[in-house]
Design a protein around this ligand. Structure first.
Ligand code: GLU
Length: 511
């Protein structure tokens, strides 16, 4: 075996709708392996099932991949908002490759490895029902296998509908899956699969095998739902006399009841997660860990770290498979995604976080109509939001949350309930005194010295042993909220003028 062959992998979606989390997992695995091995990541569009096509789906799938940071080296891409094809293997859209498929189907027919089948769907239904009654596995009974070429010719000329079937040979088929190990199947358990449908289009099975060969695909990463079909694909390769790619099936993503995750369980499309404001790094990290175990304690990964930890083609060759990929599926647990997401946001640079958050924030009424920001220049607004994010990023799960839990940063807070200002059993007089003290301390800090660290230091010094006496009412007047970041952080974001205004109003409320 020549393991120095260039690694060429493909993601081959059918354009039937949005890219789902499972599809992104497949694309990501292909991508990580390509990058690990200086290989090529190819995007091929598998649109031979014309009845399932959805307008615009190809664009949406590519956009989701681009958003996630998965770069396409070859195949179908979007450049300057146009779909383009890059590469030297002809078109990468299967519906534009029909001549290739016809040629190879004809080759199999000529060699007696495939045959025309004219059976009506009624006959096939009856056959299936009979087999069910007899508790037999459904299988085509080769009714049309021995039609003479004259009979075939006559039927075709008289306009009878037909398909072309692969004649499964006798014997056994075996291959080594890079996750599931050695797979061996008796050929007589396999059905004579259809290679060409009555609409003249090839089936997925034929088109995939031909294309993986012509596009020189070295490794096929795909969902475990294709595991039962793979022996048939290997037989097809054998029939053509081609070396099959190496197959690596990935365990399906499971829901909390350990069943395959499905669309019925709410949002599973990549664009939904994007629109909910999850960072792409978090989504990639989360799905990378489903069914993959890096075998270290690390749980938070950037794309570069995922590439670094991924097994190379040489590792896989040496170990006869992937050691870090599991046969059992990973559970899609949104609580885990939330945790991973918070960790990524914590690590983000405020400048980057700002860029990610701003499109969501600009949609929000509290931001658009903020009384506090109404007189700010664009630059001042930007600085202000960055301060809010500096404070919020320690606890943020999604970009959509920015500002949501701390509306007092954007709007007036009105009169604050005295109960929110009273520390323990303190009297009104004591509370008022505390606020006056805070007013004095903050009033003496110049605008230049108005940093989070200074505010914390000076207020803690002023509070002495009894922190709550000073800090509790101060936090209350600044925020008017039961929960908020610390008073130092809030005063820092609000700035000197607004903080003193709020303190002054609080003092006044005590008469
Ligand atoms: N078009 C197939 C799908 O969307 C690809 C399967 C494969 O990777 O072979 O599931």
């Amino acid at each position: 075996m020549n393991n120095k062959k260039q690694v060429r992998v493909r993601f081959a979606p059918s354009p039937t709708g949005e890219l789902h989390i499972g599809g992104l997992k497949t694309a990501l695995t292909n991508y990580l392996f390509a990058k690990k091995n200086d290989g090529k990541f190819i995007l091929r569009i598998e649109d031979t099932d014309q009845s399932r096509l959805v307008e615009g789906a190809t664009e949406r799938v590519i956009e989701s991949l681009m958003w996630a940071g998965i770069e396409i080296d070859e195949g179908v891409k979007i450049e300057k908002r146009e779909i383009v094809e890059i590469g030297e293997k002809g078109s990468y859209v299967q519906s534009k490759r029909l001549d290739f498929y016809k040629k190879y189907i004809q080759q199999l027919i000529d060699e007696g490895k495939a045959y025309y089948c004219f059976c009506s769907s009624e006959r096939l239904d009856d056959l299936r029902k009979k087999q069910q009654l007899e508790k037999l596995a459904p299988k085509y009974d080769r009714h049309c296998l021995n039609l003479s070429s004259e009979e075939v010719q006559k039927k075709i000329e008289s306009g009878e509908k037909y398909v072309v079937r692969f004649k499964i040979p006798e014997g056994k088929v075996s291959y080594t899956d890079l996750v599931y190990g050695k797979i061996e199947v008796e050929n007589d358990t396999l059905d004579d699969l259809i290679l060409m449908k009555s609409d003249g289009f090839p089936t997925y099975h034929l088109a995939m095998a031909v294309d993986d060969h012509l596009m020189e695909i070295s490794h096929v990463f795909r969902g475990a739902e294709w595991l039962p079909s793979t022996p048939k694909h290997i037989l097809l390769y054998e029939a053509f006399g081609w070396e099959p790619p190496k197959f690596c099936h990935m365990a399906n993503i499971l829901n909390k009841s350990k069943k395959k995750l499905s669309k019925r369980e709410g949002s599973v499309s990549v664009s939904d997660f994007k629109n909910q404001g999850y960072p792409k790094e978090a989504i990639l990290n989360f799905i990378a860990l489903l069914g993959w175990n890096p075998k270290t304690k690390q749980e938070i990964f950037s794309m570069d770290e995922l590439i670094r930890e991924f097994e190379s083609a040489d590792d896989v060759e040496k170990n006869r498979g992937f050691r870090k990929m599991n046969k059992a599926g990973g559970v899609f647990d949104l609580d885990r995604l939330a945790w991973i997401s918070r960790e990524h946001i914590k690590q983000m640079d405020v400048k980057d976080l700002y860029e990610q958050v701003i499109p969501f924030l600009e949609e929000k009424d509290f931001y658009q109509n903020s009384s506090l920001l109404s007189n700010f220049s664009d630059e001042q607004k930007k600085d202000y939001v960055k301060k809010v994010l500096t404070v919020e990023k320690e606890r943020m799960e999604k970009f959509t949350e920015a500002g949501e839990n701390n509306l007092f940063f954007f709007s007036e807070i009105g009169n604050v309930d005295k109960d929110l200002l009273r520390w323990k059993e303190n009297s009104d007089e004591e509370t008022k005194k505390a606020l006056e003290k805070a007013q004095k301390v903050l009033g003496e800090i110049s605008e230049e010295d108005w940093t989070k660290e200074n505010l914390e230091k000076l207020l803690l010094e002023a509070a002495g042993e009894k922190r709550g006496d000073l800090l509790f009412p101060l936090r209350g007047v600044l925020t008017g909220a039961k929960k908020s970041p610390s008073p130092f952080e809030c005063a820092w974001v609000l700035g000197k003028i607004e903080s003193l205004r709020r303190i002054g109003r609080g003092i006044e409320s005590f008469g």
